[in-house]
Ligand binder design. Structure first.
Ligand SMILES: *[C@@H]1O[C@H](CO)[C@@H](O)[C@H](O)[C@H]1NC(C)=O
Ligand SMILES: *[C@@H]1O[C@H](CO)[C@@H](O)[C@H](O)[C@H]1NC(C)=O
Ligand SMILES: *[C@@H]1O[C@H](CO)[C@@H](O)[C@H](O)[C@H]1NC(C)=O
Ligand SMILES: *[C@@H]1O[C@H](CO)[C@@H](O)[C@H](O)[C@H]1NC(C)=O
Ligand SMILES: *[C@@H]1O[C@H](CO)[C@@H](O)[C@H](O)[C@H]1NC(C)=O
Ligand SMILES: *[C@@H]1O[C@H](CO)[C@@H](O)[C@H](O)[C@H]1NC(C)=O
Ligand SMILES: *[C@@H]1O[C@H](CO)[C@@H](O)[C@H](O)[C@H]1NC(C)=O
Ligand SMILES: *[C@@H]1O[C@H](CO)[C@@H](O)[C@H](O)[C@H]1NC(C)=O
Ligand SMILES: *[C@@H]1O[C@H](CO)[C@@H](O)[C@H](O)[C@H]1NC(C)=O
Ligand SMILES: *[C@@H]1O[C@H](CO)[C@@H](O)[C@H](O)[C@H]1NC(C)=O
Ligand SMILES: *[C@@H]1O[C@H](CO)[C@@H](O)[C@H](O)[C@H]1NC(C)=O
Ligand SMILES: *[C@@H]1O[C@H](CO)[C@@H](O)[C@H](O)[C@H]1NC(C)=O
Length: 468
């Protein structure tokens, strides 16, 4: 009650339940950090916090808090607003555009709530690094004003009902640090803007489950963190001293990013994000070819282009994706043969080219392809043949020579089986013919006489030839 000098209150990860009872007699005027995450708290955000004008970090995620976001939060100089996984509803308040908040806010995490309305076009946050608004009920277009958040590193607007196009201004050179662009599960349409190629630091681009219909830009560059470290003067952009700021390259453990790889969705947070790199454009209406330039994404760990209308051949350059673990090209209209070079992908754990129009033989059964990928990786390509598919290739497709010893063994096995059945058949036929001749000679006396005469002549002839 009288803790007027209290600056830090951390009660996260307990089993506290019920309402947060900060009434106006609580004097938390000096409170800077409030963390109540992972409890069982209910009801609304207490208005008494409006008097905590020095509050910097407000973390009430993973509770059952309901009600709307109070407008007074826009007047505080909050640096981190972390309230994921609650039942907060209503729009993002206009007050968030006010100068009090907009000049300092670095992290805004309202994901997994019930936020509705549009993204306010006044929301220009000059210091923001991470915006997480996934799994809400936001509608309408993505406003161009977002592109003016020049320190933006993470933009996660996935699982909403956003419409319109992917703003081409995202590629403006003003977004120097944008690294995780996650817009999956919305109703975005139109093309993937070529301007995204100007994002020099992109590590993850996930535009899956939208209605995008262009070709994939040839000039995209997706690269894991370590390769793209940007030199900036941290002090010039950090108003509070380094300990409060999530600067580009700092991996706070407050926010996580979800990625679907190897057919499973995982959440990543903290330093592991350094390795999180990939491209997911699945479940759209993309056309055209897979750009061979995508082989230059040397550091990505996943690529999912499935459920589109991509055509043409699989570029052999994909064999340069040396770190890739998950490659899904299923449900497209790809043709031609699967490049043999793909056996060079030593970390590949998931591979799927099902339901295309591929032909010829799958890659040779060596390295990852020796055991990991069976016919499940190749369904629905009627023109594919050869191991591990049940369909054998016609001679014209069969390779002239094979260095694969297991294949030779199997062929020898097959030959041995044939000889055994040959002997059986031969034995039976031989007996039948002998019995047949004996029966004929027994029944017909004329043929019997002829037969004995023939044998006698034969013996005589042999006698003359061999003994004289
Ligand atoms: C708290 O402060 C009020 C008024 O400032 C005072 O009356 C009360 O005794 C204080 N309570 C404690 C526990 O110090
Ligand atoms: C919360 O507490 C549980 C049990 O003590 C522990 O296993 C878990 O790691 C904690 N979570 C966090 C985020 O601290
Ligand atoms: C949280 O509260 C709900 C009901 O409000 C209860 O069913 C649940 O067991 C509580 N969980 C914990 C960890 O206290
Ligand atoms: C803020 O504090 C003043 C007194 O210092 C009090 O009168 C007022 O009710 C408080 N406001 C809220 C919203 O608690
Ligand atoms: C979101 O709001 C709608 C209507 O306002 C309600 O039916 C639904 O249960 C809410 N969902 C959550 C997760 O709070
Ligand atoms: C996708 O776009 C087409 C027109 O290009 C439209 O007919 C269709 O309804 C859209 N689908 C969704 C799910 O938005
Ligand atoms: C992609 O980005 C990396 C790191 O910024 C850079 O080294 C590489 O040259 C770029 N590749 C292309 C094709 O622009
Ligand atoms: C690729 O995306 C599709 C649809 O978006 C999904 O069903 C599939 O599981 C993903 N593949 C992998 C390997 O994660
Ligand atoms: C991929 O995920 C889907 C849906 O989660 C599941 O039905 C399917 O069996 C999974 N496939 C594999 C190979 O694990
Ligand atoms: C697939 O590609 C062929 C040509 O290679 C084309 O004729 C056909 O229309 C395409 N199918 C789809 C569904 O795009
Ligand atoms: C599949 O490819 C073959 C040529 O490789 C072509 O003749 C055929 O029309 C294609 N089928 C479809 C459905 O695109
Ligand atoms: C590849 O995708 C097809 C179609 O979704 C699925 O039936 C098959 O199980 C997948 N293969 C693997 C290895 O997951």
């Amino acid at each position: 009650m009288n803790c007027s000098y209290l600056t830090v209150l951390i009660l996260s990860n307990n089993t506290l339940h019920g309402q947060i009872l900060f009434s106006s007699i609580f004097n938390l005027r000096n409170l800077k950090i409030l963390r109540l995450a992972q409890n069982n708290l209910t009801r609304v955000i207490p208005n008494a916090l409006a008097n905590s004008s020095k509050l910097l970090i407000m973390d009430i995620g993973y509770n059952h808090i309901s009600g709307q976001i109070p407008g007074w939060m826009g007047d505080l100089g909050l640096f981190k607003i972390i309230m994921p996984n609650n039942h907060i509803e209503g729009p993002i308040p206009k007050e968030f555009c006010s100068s009090g908040l907009s000049s300092v806010l670095g992290v805004l995490d309202l994901s997994m709530n019930n936020i509705s309305g549009t993204l306010p076009s006044c929301l220009v946050l000059s210091n923001i690094n991470h915006i997480h608004l996934s799994e809400n009920r936001l509608r309408g277009p993505i406003p161009n004003s977002l592109c003016r958040n020049i320190f933006l590193e993470t933009l996660d607007l996935s699982h909403n009902q956003l419409s319109g196009s992917v703003p081409s201004c995202l590629g403006n050179s003003s977004l120097l640090f944008l690294r995780y662009l996650v817009l999956k599960h919305n109703n975005l349409e139109g093309e993937i803007p070529n301007q995204l190629c100007q994002l020099k630091t992109l590590s993850l681009i996930d535009l899956s489950h939208n209605n995008l219909s262009s070709a994939i830009p040839l000039c995209l560059n997706v690269t894991a963190y370590e390769e793209a470290i940007v030199k900036i003067d941290y002090n010039s952009i950090n108003p509070f001293g380094i300990s409060f700021h999530t600067l580009p390259g700092w991996f706070a453990t407050d926010e996580s990013i979800e990625l679907t790889t190897k057919n499973t969705s995982y959440s990543y947070k903290g330093r592991i994000l350094v390795y999180l790199s990939g491209i997911d454009l699945s479940s759209n209406k993309l056309t055209g070819k897979i750009p061979p330039e995508m082989g230059n994404f040397h550091t990505i760990i996943m690529m999912n282009l499935s459920h589109n209308s991509l055509s043409g051949a699989i570029p052999p350059s994909l064999s340069k994706l040396g770190k890739i673990e998950s490659l899904d090209l299923s449900y497209n209209n790809l043709s031609g043969s699967i490049p043999r070079e793909l056996v060079e992908l030593n970390f590949l754990a998931y591979f799927n080219v099902s339901y295309n129009n591929l032909s010829g033989k799958p890659p040779p059964r060596t390295a990852q392809f020796a055991t990991d990928f069976d016919e499940n990786s190749y369904w629905g390509n009627p023109l594919l043949c050869g191991k591990p598919l049940p369909k054998n290739c016609s001679k014209s497709i069969e390779e002239p020579s094979s260095s694969n010893p297991t294949k030779d063994d199997q062929e020898e096995d097959g030959g041995f089986m044939d000889i055994e059945s040959f002997f059986q058949t031969f034995g039976v036929s031989y007996t039948v013919v002998l019995l047949g001749i004996a029966a004929v000679l027994y029944i017909n006396p004329y043929w019997r006489r002829a037969w004995f005469y023939f044998i006698q002549r034969l013996i005589t002839t042999c006698f003359y030839i061999f003994c004289h």
